[in-house]
Design a protein around this ligand. Structure first.
Ligand code: GCU
Length: 627
């Protein structure tokens, strides 16, 4: 009898796994809704050393006829590499000799990977203690560039594309083992015309598992994501002392009947119970008197959301940001953005940024320049930098890599862009520092492009209407004359009209600024999202010599004089760029050698002469405009 029961349990488990696998094979590529705020959840950290196989021919994925290998095929690199017996032919394997750190791009970890674009198989073995009872497990990735195919114990969990946003896959508890779990991620960073970004970028295509990996354990019904922000304000007036907040709480599945959701802000002695509705419950809350989050007072409150079986907390700043006429108002006060554009890179180590220390370095360099704002270009950066910006009081422009010549006519490409936009917003929608969602950069004007970008702007507003939406519009240098008008048709649909201008670098000499003015027909705030020129750190010459620090210094002196003549709707700048960064497009053998040298800091972290010109201007603006 007992044997029979055991047999039944084992068979039941097999049947369950089978049913789950059928479900998975149907939706192998379906990514479960993004789980947010993972730093506050129970998790097994899977960072550290991962073994790898570099596989440019994708031998671990296709057979010699280039047909995808069957799941159970022993030659597949997601299957165990243990030789069953000495007669078995095994031509792949994972050993410590070939290991890479995770998180981290592969390019800076071994010289042979510097230029590598292709497939690398990552493998991590791990043990775990499974919790009895109704819990769920999810594998969470902070980011993998570009395509990730994820397998556990020989089973495919899913596939994700997009190099700069998080994703997670559910792991059926039955698939997990206490000992010797075999986690494999096939990472492919090859570039394709129909992807986002597309073939051509002015940044290094760092590949790999570039951000953290963890195994999340959550209750059977859990709080997947929640957002609580102050209600959008269109009055242009300072918000009331006890403002209205709105948002929602997303559960992974419909709530049980009678389930209640509690929102608590202990410091404000605020607690509210709301009846859960299905899997998504709206929040409309009247908050008590509170301190508004701002640059000079980045006040964060602990917000706790509870259900019967789950509890999640986050640190949230409450502020109101709005484009009002031609002004940008932060908590009702006019804002001038003293910004700088930043790449997610640590130049002195020639690698992708991923740690808290990396975020601290980049933000402290920006603050030293006198900034109150940063443009995180051209892709969502690690969550650590937006969280740090929250606590430091630095405003953030966050952007998806719809960059240059994307295939705007393709519906699939639009869906990919929308996917990345949703992942970006679902991760950071509680970050007070993030004030602008940007849907792209320097996309060439055409009806198909404007339509494509318009869809993205609408999607961004649908997902979050409490922030400004924008895009870096391009200036057509051939049409440049003294009076330049930013009349890109996309300007009609953005909240902030932002444009990149390189007058004195890509157009003429810096003194061209003296006779040049900029304006836009749109009754909206105007922002310069990029301007800059290259200078090789330590190369000194007369100011007419390009790539010298003196030329770059002159460039900014002329630009700043021009900024001072901008129309009143001019609300700020984020010059290009905080620090020199790697680019495969920059090959001047004397001054660039694979680096874009437009940084205020060189690749060693040294300040260039232009740094002091820009800082002086920002210090002056801070005195004049405050904040
Ligand atoms: C462009 C682009 C940047 C690029 C910069 C440059 O405007 O947006 O990604 O690096 O200009 O040319 O240096």
């Amino acid at each position: 009898m007992r044997m029979l029961i055991q047999l039944n349990i084992r068979t039941m488990k097999k049947i369950f796994l089978l049913l789950w696998m059928i479900g998975c094979s149907w939706s192998a590529f379906a990514q479960s809704n993004l789980i947010s705020n993972t730093g506050a959840r129970k998790a097994l950290d899977l960072n550290g050393k991962w073994q790898y196989i570099v596989d440019p021919y994708e031998t671990g994925f296709y057979d010699y006829r280039y047909k995808e290998l069957k799941e159970t095929n022993g030659d597949a690199y997601w299957n165990t590499d243990i030789q069953a017996n000495r007669t078995e032919k095994k031509e792949h394997g994972y050993v410590d000799k070939y290991s890479l750190n995770v998180p981290g791009d592969w390019n800076h970890q071994q010289p042979e990977f510097t230029f590598y674009e292709g497939t690398v198989w990552y493998k991590k073995s791990f043990d775990m203690v499974k919790t009895a009872g109704p819990v769920k497990y999810y594998l969470y990735f902070g980011a993998v560039n570009y395509r990730a195919d994820v397998y556990l114990n020989g089973k495919k969990l899913g596939m994700h594309k997009g190099g700069f946003t998080p994703f997670n896959f559910e792991v059926p508890s039955a698939l997990l083992k206490e000992k010797g779990n075999f986690l494999v991620v096939k990472v492919d960073n090859k570039r394709y015309a129909e992807e986002i970004p597309t073939l051509n970028t002015d940044w290094w295509n760092y590949g790999g598992i570039t951000r953290e990996v963890k195994l999340l354990e959550v209750p059977d019904t859990f709080i997947q994501n929640f957002v609580l922000q102050l209600k959008k304000n269109t009055t242009g007036k300072a918000p009331e002392k006890s403002p209205e907040a709105e948002g929602w709480v997303q559960l992974n599945q419909p709530a049980a009947a009678g389930e209640m959701i509690t929102v608590e802000i202990p410091e404000l002695k605020y607690k509210k119970e709301i009846a859960a509705t299905g899997d998504k419950t709206a929040l409309q809350l009247k908050l008590p008197k509170l301190q508004f989050w701002s640059v000079e007072n980045p006040k964060l409150y602990q917000v706790i959301v509870r259900t019967k079986n789950d509890r999640i907390q986050d640190k949230i700043g409450f502020r109101i940001i709005e484009a009002h006429g031609t002004q940008v108002l932060l908590n009702g006060k006019p804002l001038f953005m003293r910004g700088v554009s930043i790449h997610g890179e640590i130049p002195q180590e020639v690698r992708r940024a991923y740690s808290h220390e990396d975020a601290a370095q980049l933000l402290s360099q920006a603050r030293e320049l006198g900034c109150n704002m940063v443009r995180l270009a051209h892709y969502p950066h690690d969550e650590k930098i937006t969280r740090l910006a929250d606590s430091l009081g630095v405003l953030v422009w966050s952007e998806i890599p719809v960059y240059w010549t994307i295939d705007f006519k393709s519906k699939e490409v639009l869906e990919k862009a929308k996917g990345q936009l949703e992942e970006m917003i679902m991760r950071d929608h509680n970050r007070a520092s993030v004030i602008i969602w940007s849907v792209g950069n320097e996309t060439p004007v055409s009806p198909a492009r404007t339509d494509f970008m318009h869809h993205l702007l609408d999607k961004a507003r649908e997902l979050d209407n409490t922030r400004m939406v924008s895009a870096a519009l391009e200036v057509n240098y051939s049409a440049l004359n003294d009076k330049n008008v930013i009349d890109d048709p996309l300007g009609e649909f953005v909240d902030l009209v932002a444009f990149n201008e390189y007058l004195g670098w890509y157009g003429g000499l810096p003194d061209k600024c003296r006779t040049t003015s900029w304006d836009t027909p749109y009754n909206k705030p105007l922002f310069i999202s990029e301007t800059g020129g290259d200078a090789k750190g330590g190369f000194h010459a007369d100011s007419l010599t390009r790539f010298s620090e003196e030329y770059q210094e002159w460039y900014y002196k002329e630009q700043i004089a021009m900024f001072k003549r901008m129309p009143p709707k001019f609300v700020g700048i984020s010059p290009w760029v905080l620090a020199d960064f790697r680019s495969p497009r920059r090959n001047n053998p004397y001054y660039q050698e694979g680096w874009n040298r437009k940084g205020f800091y060189d690749d060693k972290g040294n300040k260039k002469k232009a740094f002091y010109v820009m800082k002086a201007y920002y210090d002056e603006m801070k005195k004049k405009k405050g904040l």
